[in-house]
Design a protein around this ligand. Structure first.
Ligand code: F3S
Length: 67
């Protein structure tokens, strides 16, 4: 099953917690903002990182849907 990540760039404040909880999923730009908007994850082994990274964002900038 695929998971699609959406990042609301207007909410992202660069807390980087997504990347701490999901280092193999979430990427940050040079200023620490998440650039994984639109990313599709197919690897089942990364599923936990996707969800934990989403939940770790204090701004609720990340949403995940099953694609
Ligand atoms: Fe941004 Fe939230 Fe990650 S503020 S850098 S999406 S923890």
């Amino acid at each position: 099953m695929e998971l699609k990540i959406t990042v609301d760039r207007s909410k992202c404040s660069g807390h980087a917690r997504c990347a701490m909880k999901g280092p193999d999923v979430y990427e940050l730009d040079d200023e620490g903002f998440c650039i994984s908007d639109g990313k599709i994850v197919t690897d089942e082994s990364l599923r936990t990182q996707v969800i934990h990274g989403m939940k770790a964002c204090p701004e609720r900038a990340i949403s995940v849907i099953e694609a």
